[in-house]
Design a protein around this ligand. Structure first.
Ligand code: GLC
Length: 590
């Protein structure tokens, strides 16, 4: 969620074990799994019997900004297809594509006007099928974004619903009488500012919109709505998508008695009173819907996955998202994403909490997405940002979790907000300027090379400008530099695949009282190496006396696998381990 302003059958198992034993093909079978394209085979070592998403690295693509193939200045599906080799070589297993459905684009696709089609701006269903099949050839699965909370006000369902009080689709949305003339039904506020109720003179009632007024909320208490939405999910599952990222899913229900939300002191960026969204967020019925959605996903073979966007406030609420392994497999962990400072004790606490979640669910980490300022600046200190970007990469990719990357983080893309209000594209930036500049800054086009528009588009003008930093921070330049952020990501991603302890090892924090350095082991249950990860979150070198004997580690030093910057020659001695400022060390211990 947008927290930055103001987430079988025995036969299949046997087949998977066989594949695992005979060759490099990865993970369990799924409609999107194929023999790797011969030119791009990878060395893979996977845990047996696990669903594919437990070992996957997922990569979010904001489709407007990844690659433009037709010169209109806006990214598209064929553009994504043309960049699949890059993603494969980087080490990505799955892409989540932000919405590509037909949309008036008030919220850049999160206002859907048809759930079972592709917006012509991005291409056609044929292009989509081609993307899925080309991705499959590279062992990359495609996850779609699904927007269940609201439609566009241009969706035919809403047009019908608003046409009369007796229309059969009237109850598909939330319509209520005002409190009195000119007075909305209650004090609920839109996440995007001002009242969450919009008066519709045609029928003299208000409709509820948690986000923009052009995004009316669906009524999930209506069984026909549920059926229509589940059928839309089936439409894409049948086309081979590996799963859905469920947008704003904690907002599906509102208090039927319309209690006013509690008011807090102060005002938000839109000039409204601060408020607790107590009666419009996380109502218990959400879980009933999640179970139903999971049953829909489970109708299809291949371990289809559900990812939830829900900024759960604590581990108890996050744990609920897993249900009894009958709801979401991968709830996005906003607690960890939003620590927003390099604080080893805080990361240690939060990683421990989710590692030990009562549902035994798979942790799902990320730091950046299309709603959050990018991690390069958010975690950078203004001086060591490139080094900190490497540290954040290791923090994301080394724990026992399914990591979620955001396009461009691997090259150190930074947040580049518009300089002038008239350049803003994201409506919340227009509404909240200058305090809230909107989300354009984290949505700028991918920086591929040094050519025109950094290789993103041949257009004279791209939908958002390429940031000046693109001249230095781009895929082409960084591919040539062994010390670049991109080269670091590649090394870490490759190690994740090849080290059994990083595939299947447990996660154990060590040196637990250190205020500056986060250290953990990925412990191999068998006889092989375990992996020690040491992340110095401070601007000074730190010396640590590791005592790992109680963890079964007998040797006195670690064998460096990845270190940035390099350690001094005797640096990896466990009893006297010195790590440079913001240093990252990943080593094998035995
Ligand atoms: C989610 C999306 C965000 C969108 C909002 C409304 O939070 O991530 O981009 O604006 O939902 O659909």
């Amino acid at each position: 969620m947008i927290t930055m302003f103001p987430k079988r059958a025995c036969r299949i198992l046997v087949f998977a074990l066989l594949l695992h034993a005979i060759g490099p093909a990865p993970i369990l079978s799924s409609p999107q799994q194929a023999t790797p394209a011969t030119s791009v085979k990878r060395k893979l070592q996977r845990g047996t019997g696990d669903p594919w998403w437990k070992h996957a690295v997922i990569y979010e693509i904001y489709p407007r900004s990844f690659q433009d193939s037709n010169g209109d200045g806006i990214g598209d599906l064929n553009g994504i297809t043309s960049r699949l080799d890059y993603l494969h070589d980087l080490g990505i297993d799955s892409i989540w594509i932000s919405p590509i459905y037909p949309s008036p684009l008030v919220d850049f696709g999160y206002d859907v006007s048809d759930y079972t089609a592709i917006d012509p701006l991005y291409g056609t269903l044929v292009d989509f099928d081609k993307l899925v099949s080309e991705a499959k050839n590279r062992n990359i699965r495609v996850i779609m974004d699904f927007v269940p909370n609201h439609t566009s006000d241009q969706h035919p369902w809403f047009k019908e619903s608003r046409s009369s009080r007796t229309n059969p689709k009237r109850d598909w949305y939330i319509w209520r009488d005002g409190k009195g003339p000119g007075q909305p039904p209650n004090n609920w506020q839109s996440w995007f500012g001002h009242s969450a109720w919009k008066f519709d003179p045609a029928t003299n009632q208000y409709y509820y919109h948690h986000f923009y007024r052009e995004q009316p909320d669906l009524n999930w208490r209506n069984p026909e709505v549920r059926k229509a939405m589940y059928d839309a999910m089936r439409f894409w599952f049948k086309r081979g998508v590996a799963g859905f990222r469920l947008d704003a899913v904690s907002r599906l229900f509102e208090d039927p008695d319309l209690h006013d939300d509690p008011i807090l002191p102060g005002e938000n960026a839109y000039g409204d009173s601060n408020i607790v969204h107590k009666y419009t967020d996380n109502l218990p019925e959400v879980h009933e819907v999640l179970r139903e959605m999971r049953r829909v996903a489970d109708e299809f073979p291949g371990n289809r996955v559900l990812i939830s966007e829900a900024d759960e406030p604590n581990i108890t609420e996050l744990t609920k998202m897993y249900g009894k392994d009958d709801e979401i497999q991968l709830p996005m962990d906003f607690q960890i994403a939003d620590v927003n400072k390099l604080a080893a004790p805080e990361f240690r606490r939060l990683l421990d909490e989710v590692e030990n979640n009562a549902a035994k669910g798979q942790p799902h980490y990320f730091f950046s997405n299309h709603d959050q300022p990018r991690q390069w600046d958010r975690y950078g200190d203004g001086v060591h940002n490139d080094q900190i970007a490497k540290l954040m990469a290791a923090l994301l990719l080394m724990p026992r979790a399914t990591p979620l990357m955001y396009y461009g983080e691997e090259i150190g893309m930074r947040t580049t907000p518009p300089a002038r209000k008239e350049d803003v594209q994201d409506p919340i930036g227009k509404l909240g300027w200058p305090e809230e500049k909107g989300r354009d800054g984290e949505r700028t086009p991918m920086q591929w090379d040094k050519s025109k528009n950094s290789g993103f588009s041949s257009a004279e003008r791209t939908w958002l400008p390429l940031p000046p930093s693109a001249a230095e921070y781009n895929v082409e330049s960084e591919s040539r530099d062994p010390d670049s952020i991109l080269s670091f990501y590649k090394k870490v991603l490759a190690l994740r695949r090849t080290e059994p302890a990083l595939q299947n090892g447990s996660y154990v924090t060590v040196d637990r009282d250190n205020p500056f350095v986060l250290s953990f082991l990925r412990k191999n249950a068998g006889k092989g190496n375990s992996i020690l990860v040491v992340l110095n979150m401070s601007a000074a070198p730190q010396t640590i006396k590791f005592d790992l004997v109680s963890q079964g580690i007998k040797e006195s030093s670690a064998k460096p696998l990845i270190a940035a910057p390099q350690l001094s020659p005797d640096g990896a001695v466990l009893g006297h381990f010195t790590i440079p400022a913001f240093g990252v060390f990943v080593g094998a211990v035995h």
